[in-house]
Ligand binder design. Structure first.
Ligand code: ZN
Length: 133
C-alpha cells in the first residue's frame, strides 16, 4: 500500500488521491499568439523522467485540495509535498536506480529524449557485453 502525505491532512492511503500530471506547467501568457505547433507542445508534451519528478495531486477523498509533490518515479517514493504556488523544496536527488538492470542510456535514466548515433552505438555495445547465451 502506498502512503501519500497530504500537506493539510497528513498520511493517507493512495486510494484517497488522484494524480494531476506534471507540476509547474505555466499557461501561455498570450494564447492568441501561439501557433498550432506551440499549442500542441503546451497541451501534450510533458517530461517523462526517471528520478525526481514534480507533479500535482488532489486529495479527492479527503480535503479535496490540490498540492504538489516531488516523487522518485523509479521507486515511487514521495520525497516532499508542498502547497500549490510554492516553489519545490531543495532536496538531495537520490541516486537513480535501475532495478531491472537495464542500460543507463535509453532506459529513461538520462534526460536525453533522442539518443545520438554515438550513444546508440555505445548502448548496443553495452547490451552485447551484458547479454550472452
Ligand atoms: Zn488532504
Amino acid at each position: 500500500m502506498l502512503i501519500i502525505t497530504c500537506p493539510y491532512c497528513g498520511p493517507r492511503e493512495q486510494s484517497e488521491f488522484h494524480y494531476g500530471g506534471e507540476a509547474h506547467i505555466a499557461r501561455p501568457a498570450d494564447p492568441q499568439a501561439l501557433t498550432d505547433g506551440q499549442w500542441a507542445e503546451f497541451v501534450f508534451m510533458r517530461s517523462n523522467v526517471k528520478g525526481v519528478f514534480a507533479e500535482r495531486w488532489n486529495h479527492s477523498s479527503g480535503c479535496r485540495k490540490w498540492f504538489n509533490a516531488l516523487r522518485d518515479t523509479s521507486t515511487d517514493r514521495f520525497l516532499a509535498v508542498y502547497e500549490m504556488g510554492a516553489k519545490p523544496p531543495q532536496i538531495d536527488a537520490p541516486e537513480l536506480r535501475t532495478p531491472a538492470g537495464e542500460p543507463l542510456i535509453g532506459s529513461g535514466n538520462d534526460e536525453t529524449k533522442v539518443m545520438t548515433e554515438a550513444e546508440m552505438t555505445e548502448a548496443e555495445m553495452t547490451e552485447d557485453l551484458g547479454g550472452g547465451s
